[in-house]
Design a protein around this ligand. Sequence first.
Ligand SMILES: [Zn+2]
Length: 179
Amino acid sequence: MNSGKSIEILKVAYNYEEQGKSVIMMTSGLDNRAGVGKISSRIGLEREALPIMQDTNIFDYVQETNPDAACVLVDEAQFLTKDHILQLTKVVDDLNIPVMTFGLKNDFRNELFEGSKYLLIYADKIEEMKTICWFCKKKASFNLRMHDGKPVYEGEQVQIGGNEAYYPVCRRHYFHPTV
Ligand SMILES: [Zn+2]
């Protein structure tokens, strides 16, 4: 999804580190567009991040490796599990470290991702990153999956490594993806 969120997360990290504060970078272990354990933006910036796997305990990791971190930044948070989100709440509440997560809310079928669902429930604050529809000038709130030039509305939520393409679109163009 072309929302520029990876650029944003790299910018936040830079702002902390410029002040000599350490940040912990994480991303979903599922996301392999750039390679596991990397946060990369379309403008070419990229950096290493801890890949969060199904059995990763985020709270334990933070407590054991860097309990004095100034911030925890998580990309592709939609792919996290409910357990991961609860571990992140403990990082905030028990370790007193702010956590910022970045991700998509709804999948191409317009269902919530598991990580996003529990972030909507547990997060202290939600901010929407605005993106423009691929086909018009309206705000894009939907992710259109295209396969061989045709829209797809059913199937597995996560399909990594296929030849699908995703486009940010407005509601009208979600259902009628033409210019
Ligand atoms: Zn549109």
